[in-house]
Ligand binder design. Structure first.
Ligand SMILES: [Zn+2]
Length: 92
């Protein structure tokens, strides 16, 4: 998997998680006929799904978003060079 694919994957999971989170918050209460979602309702349990997506994004980022030479974690934004060893990062 290339760095570009990893980057896209992290953001895809993160965005999916964030969107689902707000969608469930917005719609969850309404589906159950309440004005807002309270944390004791069934829909609140659906929040496990988006939270899972975000946790997976964070995990992927920690596990794979690393310099291929020295293995140190890279910054979130696309940096041209590794902050630790200074080698250029190939985002192909
Ligand atoms: Zn490095």
């Amino acid at each position: 998997m290339s760095m570009k694919q990893i980057y896209r994957r992290i953001w895809a999971w993160f965005l999916a998680g964030a969107l689902l989170f707000f969608a469930i918050l917005a719609l969850g209460g309404r589906i159950e006929g309440r004005s807002s979602l309270d944390m004791h309702s069934t829909s609140a349990w659906l929040l496990v799904i988006p939270v899972g997506c975000i946790v997976y994004a964070a995990y992927t980022s920690m596990r794979y978003w690393r310099c291929e030479y020295c293995g140190s974690a890279l910054p979130t934004k696309l940096a041209k060079k590794c902050t630790k060893c200074g080698r250029e990062i190939d985002y192909k």
